[in-house]
Design a protein around this ligand. Structure first.
Ligand SMILES: Cc1ncc(COP(=O)(O)O)c(C=O)c1O
Length: 384
């Protein structure tokens, strides 16, 4: 047996083997996955906009006008009018002076963190931050002080101990596997007191948090002075691909000139950029969609509470803790057999022994969908 196969065997023995499933329908409340029609409870398409007629027409129009592929990096020949429209739309939606678009949320975080931070800076990073933040910290090659999840006392202790001349606090706003929300007002206050720069990843908050879906700053009533660097993705509530950073013009100018994951990669295709811009404009014009999502989350959490599950509903991400990796995989299979798709999340995405089902609520779900998912969840968990 070659070493590739023996490594795979070890992954299987630890119940950590992952395989790809295939969807043969668009993202929506109901999909066909590996030939089976199921309710989808794992999509990050929180507002259910992937088949929205207006946004799809904008995508087609962009292909007709600009063709496919951007042909180069933004700084060489790849910068096209849809990219400029997208950056204006991000800045408008997020209420910032400027914005800069990337090919993904991952490359945005890696590029922003590694270009702002260097070997003489200290990064204070939440223990549950997304992998793209962790990788950005690694590339920055300075000191990264990881503080306990959402624990302000632990953060303060580390800040007072290290007293950096230049430092950053970096956090997800909505934590991707736990669904809880960072204590941004406290983080902003600590950053202000100790002269640190707060960097917030709004990947799961954009289109989701705040009365009009503008994200975590709207949710908490904070400004871009409190949070000078906001990153995010255009692949979740916004139904496209790509990432962004927003803040001051000088911030965006600096990152445009220094972020390797911006400079050394081909620009997003013009239709992807136009789709994301249309998505942002659509969400801004339809705050009732955001309200519907938030209403669905509240309904689902209440429903789960009634059947004895202790879940918090700070965001559409609802983790159902199982612990054991094998049991979590079995619970996900049982749930799928009942017609609800929500995969189990295991190490290394979450720590060992903290495997879980991760359900996500969409604005597109009906109340019947939510009732059915709750019943199936109860049955699936009872079966393992
Ligand atoms: C918190 C967080 N940040 C960044 C990303 C990366 O975004 P993208 O998928 O656009 O690369 C994700 C997930 O995909 C995420 O959950």
């Amino acid at each position: 047996m070659d070493s590739f196969a023996s490594r795979i065997d070890a992954i299987k023995a630890a119940h950590l083997y992952r395989k790809l499933r295939t969807l043969s329908t668009p993202q929506g409340r109901e999909v066909v996955i590996d030939g089976q029609r199921v309710l989808l409870f794992s999509s990050n398409s929180y507002l259910g906009l992937n088949t929205n007629g207006h946004i799809c027409r904008e995508a087609i129009r962009a292909v007709e006008e600009f063709g496919v592929g951007s042909g180069g990096s933004r700084l060489v020949t790849g910068n096209m009018t849809p990219h400029m429209r997208l950056e204006a739309a991000v800045a408008e939606f997020k209420g910032s002076e400027a914005a800069l678009a990337f090919t993904s949320g991952y490359t945005a975080n890696v590029g922003v963190i590694s270009s702002l931070c260097h070997k003489d800076t200290v990064i204070f990073s939440d223990a549950l931050n997304h992998a793209s933040i962790i990788d950005g910290c690694r590339l920055a090659r300075g000191l990264t002080a990881v503080y306990a999840h959402n624990d302000m006392d632990d953060l303060l202790q580390r800040v007072r101990h290290l007293r950096p001349r230049q430092g950053f606090i970096v956090t997800d706003s909505v934590f991707s596997m736990d669904g809880d929300i960072a204590r941004l007002p406290d983080l902003a206050s600590i950053a202000r007191t100790y002269g640190l720069t707060l960097v917030v990843d709004d990947a799961h908050a954009t289109g989701v948090l705040g009365a009009t879906g503008r994200g975590s700053l709207e949710h908490f009533g904070l400004s871009h002075d409190d949070v000078p660097v906001v990153t995010g993705t255009l692949s979740k509530a916004v139904p496209s691909e790509g990432g962004f950073v927003c803040g001051s013009s000088s911030l965006c100018d600096l990152i445009r000139n220094t972020a390797r994951s911006f400079i050394f990669t081909t620009a997003p295709s013009p239709s992807t950029a136009a789709t994301a811009a249309a998505g942002l404009e659509y969400i801004a014009a339809h705050p009732e969609l955001v309200a519907r999502l938030q209403g669905n989350v509240a309904y689902f959490v209440k429903k789960l509470g009634r059947i004895g599950m202790d879940v918090q509903g700070q965001s559409p991400i609802i983790p159902i803790m199982v612990g054991d990796e094998e049991k979590a995989a079995q619970a996900a299979d049982a749930l799928l057999a009942l017609g609800v798709f929500a995969p189990c999340i295991r190490y290394p995405t979450v720590p060992k022994g903290m495997a879980r089902l991760r359900l996500t609520v969409m604005a597109a779900h009906t109340r019947e969908d939510l009732d059915y998912a709750a019943i199936c969840l109860e049955k699936a968990l009872a079966a393992v």
